[in-house]
Ligand binder design. Structure first.
Ligand code: SF4
Length: 384
């Protein structure tokens, strides 16, 4: 691992301010209240029996709508509540399974399975505010028979081994509402019984995993936890499970025979980042032995800032965006900062575990090379 000497102090403009009394929802009523207070469904766009059963099982009120809900005119917390404290249930008409295509080829063409659009957590950096700007209400697709037919077809397709995995975390957190929908339980069981070659990948910040522990999963489902420092969690990842709760959930799943992976993403620079990310690595290995760790920097799309500010007008993220550099449609940390943070985290991982597979998310090959991470084999989060 090369020594990175050019990095001394963080440019104040790029150093995210940590608020002593952060806009933290950690102990507030909003943090403690259920993620979803009401289910919505659109008449004629889903099977009424399925939807009624889901509402009954979840013990939630169900409201029938005549048309799709559009953009709401609210701001701040009220906007978040209008979009993310409800769950819209409807059928998916487009394919559930599609191949991902990175706009500038900085990622493998993995397959994604879209069971939800958007999320019920409130991370300040969430790119889904931009992705679903015209249809911001969190949605779950309930026509599982169509999905199961597509799954069987996918399983029989002739594709390379490392792409035989379906990523459920590209457009949602697939376990955030498991106790409401019971979807993961049904899917994991189906894949274990009915497919030969397919694996599932759940990327999550949830600890709602109780119903998965006693399933006959057949080793075909991988649970990948996205994890960050306590400060990032408190300031930016509202209504998610705490990093410690995620690690406890990871340990329980590992004990139940699931493969567990981790993503440290987004890595964000702030005054005590180096100490905090090193401590995070220590904490990880006190709980779990991940098979892979994938690291990614904070890399917002240029258009995301206005969507953050309409929900979190005082977000510290808004101040650092101006000091990031442009790359295609994204903003990134200048290379020396990226190298410094990846180097620190990789070093801490290697001190604890020499063999765990490490990857970088959507980084240029020269960054992989400088950090001595082999690219052949590509063991990143979204591949088998
Ligand atoms: S958990 Fe992921 S999808 Fe959900 S709000 Fe946070 S960043 Fe967005």
């Amino acid at each position: 691992m090369p020594e990175i000497t050019s990095y001394r102090t963080i440019n104040p403009k790029i150093n995210m301010e940590i608020k002593e009394h952060a806009v933290s929802y950690e102990n507030s009523e909003d943090q403690q209240s259920p993620l979803v207070s009401e289910l919505w469904a659109i008449r004629g766009k889903c099977d009424e029996l399925t939807v009624n059963k889901m509402a009954e099982n979840a013990n939630l009120p169900l409201k029938w709508l005549g048309k799709f809900p559009g953009i709401n005119g609210d701001k701040g917390i009220n906007k978040l509540k209008a979009e993310r404290n409800v769950l819209l249930l409807r059928n998916r008409t487009s394919p559930f399974i599609e191949q991902f295509q990175h706009p500038i080829g900085r990622c493998a063409k993995f397959y994604k399975l879209t069971a939800y659009n958007s999320c019920n957590f409130w991370c300040e950096y969430c790119y889904l505010y931009l992705t679903f700007r015209n249809m911001p209400v969190s949605t779950h697709f309930v026509n599982y028979e169509k999905l199961f037919r597509e799954l069987i077809k996918f399983d029989n397709q002739n594709i390379p081994e490392r792409l035989r995995i379906l990523n459920l975390g590209e457009l949602c957190d697939p376990l955030a509402l498991e106790s409401v929908t019971g979807f993961a339980k049904e899917l994991i069981t189906f894949v274990a019984k009915e497919t030969k070659e397919t694996k599932l990948l759940f990327l999550t910040k949830s600890d709602d995993i109780g119903s998965l522990l006693n399933l006959d999963h057949g080793g075909k489902s991988i649970i990948s936890f996205s994890i960050n420092t306590d400060k990032i969690y408190q300031q930016l990842e509202h209504r998610t499970a705490s990093p410690e709760s995620r690690l406890i959930a990871a340990r329980e799943l590992q004990n139940a025979g699931y493969e567990v992976r981790l993503r440290i993403d987004p890595v964000i620079l702030y005054s005590t980042w180096s100490k905090d990310y090193t401590a995070l690595i220590e904490k990880i290995f006190a709980y779990v032995r991940p098979s892979r760790i994938t690291i990614g920097e904070y890399r917002p799309s240029k258009g995301l800032a206005s969507h953050i500010s309409s929900r979190f007008p005082n977000s510290s993220l808004l101040k650092i965006n101006a000091a990031l550099i442009k790359e295609g449609a994204k903003l990134k940390y200048p290379e020396k900062y990226r190298l410094a943070m990846f180097h620190t985290i990789i070093n801490a991982i290697r001190t604890r575990d020499k063999r765990v597979k490490i990857a970088l998310c959507k980084e240029e090959s020269k960054i992989w090379k400088t950090l001595n991470i082999p690219m052949n084999g590509l063991y990143c989060n979204c591949l088998r």
